[in-house]
Design a protein around this ligand. Structure first.
Ligand SMILES: O=C(O)[C@@H](CO)OP(=O)(O)O
Ligand SMILES: [Mg+2]
Length: 434
């Protein structure tokens, strides 16, 4: 029998490892006949959209309070591996489809999106290695060169911290830089200035899940004011050098009749009042991007919001769109949002993630790439950002290794690209109507 070609999968296995919250997650390892290999760890969200692909967890309370992933691991070892071993690793579309067929559900609930995505990403890495290409080049082709503006989440609230802030993510956007390295320096200098400011004001400097500070404050507005002060203290001009981005994660606030700010004043606001609130914040603060400013079920509210604000600010659908091409198509048809958050584990394969990006590109929607609040040392999304040239991404901020790992990978990519690298800058943020 002739030897199988070098790109064929010779082994595939999975194991249970830990994410940044100390919860179990799935790692998959793929090896090819020529010895090339790839491994990948899937991240995990806390404020998840209700239409995300299913993250399969064990219901065994004796292990990790029922959060184990041994079933997902077994699904890789016992069901996916036998189907994939012997196949070409660089036929990503075919293999991702094969796994979806093996699963047989729309939500990937049978095998688990955590099982399928771990394998999907590991396959990409193994194939890139087989073809002697860095991941960003293999995924993005010869013109992959654009480094994203990093949006650093410097104050954490909502589901990501145990403080009294309703807004989940207060992010700084260092866009007035000539390179990714300079942008990261500006961001981290501001992060450290904020730490000093908080400490000098007697406020907490403990951090939340995504590496930002999580102080108890008097209002959500105070968080913004402190960040603006920190930007100036670091020697930068708010709005000129460094702007702001917010993720209110409003699905988490949804309550009968509107949105409840349960962490601070417990006020209930209707969708119209929420839109007025964001409008007032846009008048007052240099905000370039609002992610999930309304909830995932509130399509009517989103239509009004988009009509009123899409010409001024990037409106990103996260829980609303779940990296799902079908939901994005619905948003396009209804004129909702002007940008889509891209989180591979919301949809569950590399192929479908790239399909969602392609659909967004065809219709002039922005793509805003994202980590999850439970993440790991895996840096797949750093390479993905350059591969798809999305121009801006969020991956937390600068004092947790799982966040820094992505920054460091982007610094390596920028170094490797040398004079071929470009930095996206402010123009990457959408300000036109959908
Ligand atoms: O809401 C979000 O955008 C994300 C990532 O920042 O949080 P989580 O991973 O908890 O869904
Ligand atoms: Mg979000």
């Amino acid at each position: 029998m002739p030897a199988q070609p070098a790109c064929h999968i010779s082994s595939l296995f999975a194991l249970e490892v830990l994410d940044s919250r100390g919860n179990p997650t799935v790692e998959a390892c793929v090896t090819l006949n020529d010895g090339s290999s790839g491994r990948a760890i899937v991240p995990s969200g806390a404020s998840t959209g209700c239409r995300e692909a299913v993250e399969l967890r064990d219901d065994d309370p004796a292990r990790y309070q029922g959060r184990g992933v041994l079933k997902a691991v077994a699904n890789i070892n016992d069901l996916i591996a036998p189907a994939l071993i012997g196949q070409r690793a660089d036929e990503q579309r075919r293999l991702d489809r094969l796994m979806c067929e093996l699963d047989g559900t729309d939500s990937k609930s049978q095998l688990g999106a955590n099982a399928i995505l771990a394998v999907s990403m590991a396959l990409t890495r193994a194939a890139a290695s087989h073809h002697h290409q860095p991941l960003y080049r293999y995924l993005g082709g010869s013109n992959a060169h654009l480094l994203p503006v990093p949006c650093l989440n410097v104050i954490n609230g909502g589901r990501h911290a145990s403080n009294n802030l309703d807004i989940q993510e207060f992010k700084i956007v260092p866009h007035q830089a000539s390179s990714f390295a300079e942008a990261i320096r500006m961001g981290e200098e501001t992060f450290h200035a904020l730490k000093t400011l908080l400490a000098d004001s007697g406020l907490g400097t403990g951090i939340g899940d995504e590496g930002g500070f999580a102080p108890m404050l008097t209002s959500n507005e105070q968080a913004v004011e402190l960040i603006l002060q920190a930007i100036e203290a670091a020697g930068y001009r708010p709005g000129e050098d460094i702007s702001l981005a917010l993720d209110p994660a409003a699905s988490e606030m949804a309550d009968t009749g509107g949105y409840r700010f349960s962490h601070s004043d417990n006020a209930l606001r209707s969708a119209d009042e929420m839109i007025e609130l964001w409008q007032a914040w846009l008048d007052r603060y240099p905000i370039l991007l609002l992610e999930d400013p309304l909830g995932e079920e509130d399509w009517a509210g989103w239509e009004t919001l988009t009509r009123q604000l899409a010409g001024r600010v990037e409106l990103v659908g996260d829980d609303l769109l779940c990296t799902n091409p079908e939901l994005l198509q619905r948003a396009i048809d209804r004129g909702v949002a002007n940008s889509v958050l891209i989180k591979p584990n919301q949809i569950g394969t590399v192929t479908e993630t790239l399909d969602c990006v392609a659909l967004a590109n065809r219709h002039g929607y922005g793509c805003y790439l994202s980590h999850r609040s439970g993440d790991s040392e895996d840096t797949f999304i750093a390479d993905l950002a350059v591969a798809i040239g999305c121009g801006h991404m969020k991956t937390g901020s600068g004092c947790r290794s799982e966040r820094v790992a992505k920054f460091n990978q982007l610094l390596r990519i920028e170094h490797e690209l040398g004079s071929q690298a470009s930095f996206a800058g402010r123009g990457t943020f959408r300000t036109r109507s959908a």
